[in-house]
Ligand binder design. Structure first.
Ligand SMILES: *[C@@H]1O[C@H](CO)[C@@H](O)[C@H](O)[C@H]1NC(C)=O
Ligand SMILES: *[C@@H]1O[C@H](CO)[C@@H](O)[C@H](O)[C@H]1NC(C)=O
Ligand SMILES: *[C@@H]1O[C@H](CO)[C@@H](O)[C@H](O)[C@H]1NC(C)=O
Ligand SMILES: *[C@@H]1O[C@H](CO)[C@@H](O)[C@H](O)[C@H]1NC(C)=O
Ligand SMILES: *[C@@H]1O[C@H](CO)[C@@H](O)[C@H](O)[C@H]1NC(C)=O
Ligand SMILES: *[C@@H]1O[C@H](CO)[C@@H](O)[C@H](O)[C@H]1NC(C)=O
Ligand SMILES: *[C@@H]1O[C@H](CO)[C@@H](O)[C@H](O)[C@H]1NC(C)=O
Ligand SMILES: *[C@@H]1O[C@H](CO)[C@@H](O)[C@H](O)[C@H]1NC(C)=O
Length: 498
C-alpha cells in the first residue's frame, strides 16, 4: 500500500512536471476578441477581450497572438518577450472578415515593442488618430538598452490615420520618430539586425510612412529590407532608412507625400532616402505627386553620412514638386558615397539639388522629360552625365563646370550644355512621351521606336549594372542606347499583320 501510494504520488508528480514542461516548451497561441462580453482565458473558445490581458504575458519563439477578424480593440498592444529570427512570435488575425483593427486612440502607438527581437506582425490593421499631432506611430519597435535585437518582420499590415508630428522645422525630435511604421535602434548603442518591412498599406500618417533606423553611424544594422509597400498621402517622408549596411528599398509606391489627414506643416521631407548607410540601393520604386516642403521634396535622396555607393536605379518618378534627386551629403557628417542615378524615368520631375561637394555623381541612362517646366539642376562639382535623354524647354539651362562631364546625351528643345562631347540635339524618338501614369507599365512610352537617334549610339559605361529599366541586358563592351531603354526598336505600326 505504502509502495503503491508512493508510486501513485510519484506518477502524480511526474504528470505535474510533464504538464509544466509542456507549458514551457509548447508554443502558446492566445486569442483576442475585443467584441466578446466575457473576459475569457485566451483560448479560441474563450478569447481574451482586452489587450491588457496579453500585455501582461511573456512570449517566446513560435508563440502566436491572434486577433479576431472583423473586430476592433482600443489601446496599445505591447506584449513582452522575444522570439527567434527563424521562429518569431507572431501577431496576426484569425477567422474571416476584415482585418482586426487596433486603435491606439492617440496613445504613443497601436502596437509597441521595446527592447525585443524575433517578432512578426502581419494581417492586422492599426490606427492612431488624435485631434492634435504629436510623436506617434501606428507600429513602434524601438530599443534603448544598448543591445542588438534580431528579427523584425512587418508585412501585410494596414496602417492608417496616425496623428504623428508634421512639423520638422519646429518639432524635429518628435517628427523624426513619427511614422506609420517606426523601427528605431538609434538610442546610444542599441541596434536592430534583420528588419524586413514589406507589403504594407500605409495612408494618412503624420510624419511619414516607414522609418527604419537600425543603429548608429559606427554601429550599422545588418540586413534591412523595405519592399512592396504602398504609401499614400502621408504628411512627410515616404520611406527613410538610416544606419544600415547595404539597405535595399525596392518596389514601393509612394504618392501624395505631404498631403492627407495629417498634412505636412513645416521643414523638409523627401520621397525615399537613406542616411548613414553603406552601399544603399533604392530600386524599382515609384514616387509621384509629392507636395513642396521647405526646400526638399525630391523623389530620391542620398542624404548625409552614406559611404560606399548610394544607388538609385530602375525607379519611376513623376510630378514631384521637389524634382528627382537630392544629394545631401553636406547636410550632416559627410560620408562621401559615390552616387549612381541610372536607368530611371523622370516625368515632370525637373529639379535636382546638391548640398555637399565630396560625392561624385554618376547620372546615366536616365530619361528626364520636362517639356513644360524649367530644369533646375544643381549638381556636385564632380558629375558625369552620360547617355541620358533630356527633353526640356528652349529657355531651360543645364549646369556646366570643369568637373561636369556631359557625354552621349540627347537634348530635345533644351540647349546643349557647353563643353560636352558626343552629345546630340534632336527628337529622341520615344514611342509615346508624356504618357506615363502611376504604374511601371504605364511608362512604356519612353521606349524607342524605329529610326530613333538614341538606338545603339551611347557610350560604354564601366560597371553599368547590366540591365536597363525594363530588364533588357546592357553590354559591358557594346555601345548601349541612350535613355533608360536598351532593347531593340519598338514597332509602332498601327496595322497588325494577321
Ligand atoms: C520573459 O521570459 C524570459 C525567459 O524566461 C525572461 O528572461 C524574461 O525576464 C521574461 N520577461 C518578462 C518581462 O517577464
Ligand atoms: C473603442 O472606443 C470607441 C470610442 O471611444 C468606442 O465607441 C468603442 O466602443 C470602443 N470599442 C471597444 C471594443 O472598446
Ligand atoms: C547605454 O549606454 C549609454 C552610454 O554609454 C549609457 O548612458 C546608458 O545608461 C546605457 N543604457 C543602458 C540601459 O545600459
Ligand atoms: C535613449 O533612451 C532613453 C530612455 O528612453 C532616453 O532618456 C534618452 O534620451 C535616449 N537617448 C538617445 C541618445 O536617444
Ligand atoms: C562602387 O561602385 C563602383 C563602380 O560600380 C565599384 O567599382 C565599387 O566596387 C563599388 N564600391 C563598393 C564599396 O561597393
Ligand atoms: C530652383 O530651385 C531652388 C531651390 O533649390 C529655388 O530656390 C529656385 O527658385 C529654383 N529656380 C528656378 C529657376 O526655378
Ligand atoms: C565620341 O565618339 C566617338 C565615336 O564613338 C569616339 O571615337 C570618341 O572617343 C568619343 N569622344 C569622347 C570624348 O568620348
Ligand atoms: C495618379 O495618382 C494621383 C494621386 O497621387 C492622382 O491624382 C492621379 O489621378 C493618378 N493618375 C492616374 C493616371 O491614375
Amino acid at each position: 500500500m505504502l509502495i503503491i501510494n508512493s508510486a501513485a504520488s510519484t506518477i502524480g508528480a511526474l504528470a505535474l512536471a510533464f504538464s509544466a514542461l509542456v507549458q514551457v516548451t509548447h508554443a502558446k497561441d492566445v486569442y483576442i476578441d475585443c467584441s466578446a462580453t466575457a473576459a475569457g482565458s485566451g483560448t479560441k473558445k474563450s478569447p481574451y477581450n482586452a489587450l491588457a490581458s496579453v500585455n501582461a504575458l511573456n512570449f517566446t519563439a513560435g508563440d502566436e497572438i491572434l486577433l479576431k477578424s472583423g473586430t476592433l480593440c482600443n489601446g496599445t498592444l505591447s506584449p513582452q518577450g522575444n522570439g527567434a529570427l527563424s521562429n518569431p512570435v507572431v501577431i496576426s488575425s484569425y477567422g474571416s472578415g476584415a482585418l482586426p483593427i487596433i486603435n491606439g486612440q492617440g496613445g504613443q502607438a497601436a502596437i509597441k515593442l521595446l527592447n525585443q527581437g524575433g517578432w512578426h506582425i502581419t494581417k492586422v490593421a492599426v490606427t492612431n488618430p488624435a485631434t492634435t499631432v504629436n510623436a506617434r506611430q501606428g507600429i513602434s519597435i524601438t530599443a534603448n538598452d544598448n543591445q542588438t535585437h534580431t528579427g523584425i518582420f512587418v508585412d501585410h499590415v494596414s496602417v492608417y490615420d496616425v496623428a504623428g508630428q508634421t512639423n520638422k522645422a519646429t518639432q524635429s525630435e518628435s517628427y523624426i520618430v513619427s511614422a506609420g511604421i517606426l523601427v528605431d535602434g538609434s538610442n546610444f548603442t542599441s541596434r536592430f539586425n534583420d528588419v524586413y518591412v514589406s507589403s504594407n498599406n500605409i495612408q494618412n500618417c503624420g510624419g511619414g510612412g516607414i522609418k527604419v533606423r537600425m543603429g548608429q553611424m559606427n554601429n550599422q544594422g545588418q540586413n534591412g529590407h523595405v519592399w512592396n509597400n504602398i504609401i499614400e498621402n502621408v504628411g512627410g517622408d515616404g520611406i527613410v532608412m538610416s544606419y544600415v549596411d547595404s539597405p535595399l528599398i525596392d518596389h514601393n509606391e509612394c504618392s501624395g507625400l505631404g498631403s492627407g489627414h495629417y498634412p505636412w506643416t513645416g521643414g523638409n521631407f523627401a520621397g525615399i532616402w537613406v542616411l548613414g548607410c553603406h552601399n544603399a540601393v533604392m530600386e524599382y520604386n515609384i514616387v509621384h505627386n509629392t507636395l513642396m516642403s521647405a526646400f526638399d521634396s525630391e523623389a530620391f535622396d542620398c542624404d548625409w553620412g552614406n559611404t560606399g555607393n548610394c544607388t538609385v536605379q530602375y525607379n519611376y518618378g513623376h510630378d514631384n514638386a521637389g524634382g528627382m534627386f537630392l544629394n545631401c551629403d553636406g547636410c550632416g557628417t559627410s560620408g562621401g558615397a559615390n552616387q549612381f542615378v541610372r536607368y530611371n524615368v523622370f516625368q515632370n520631375d525637373c529639379r535636382m539639388y546638391s548640398n555637399g561637394n565630396i560625392p561624385t555623381l554618376w547620372f546615366y541612362n536616365n530619361v528626364v522629360y520636362c517639356p513644360n517646366q524649367h530644369f533646375n539642376l544643381t549638381v556636385p562639382p564632380k558629375s558625369h552625365f552620360w547617355n541620358n535623354i533630356f527633353v526640356g524647354t528652349a529657355d531651360s539651362t543645364l549646369p556646366t563646370g570643369s568637373g561636369i562631364d556631359w557625354s552621349y546625351n540627347i537634348f530635345e528643345t533644351v540647349s546643349l550644355p557647353a563643353g560636352g562631347t558626343n552629345n546630340t540635339a534632336g527628337d529622341p524618338g520615344f514611342v509615346a512621351p508624356g504618357t506615363g501614369g502611376n504604374t511601371t507599365a504605364s511608362v512604356a512610352g519612353y521606349k524607342l521606336k524605329s529610326g530613333s537617334i538614341a538606338l545603339g549610339d551611347g557610350g560604354v559605361v564601366t560597371n553599368n549594372g547590366g540591365l536597363d529599366f525594363w530588364g533588357n541586358s546592357v553590354s559591358a563592351t557594346a555601345k548601349p542606347n541612350r535613355g533608360a531603354y536598351n532593347g531593340p526598336a519598338v514597332k509602332t505600326s498601327k496595322h497588325r499583320r494577321h
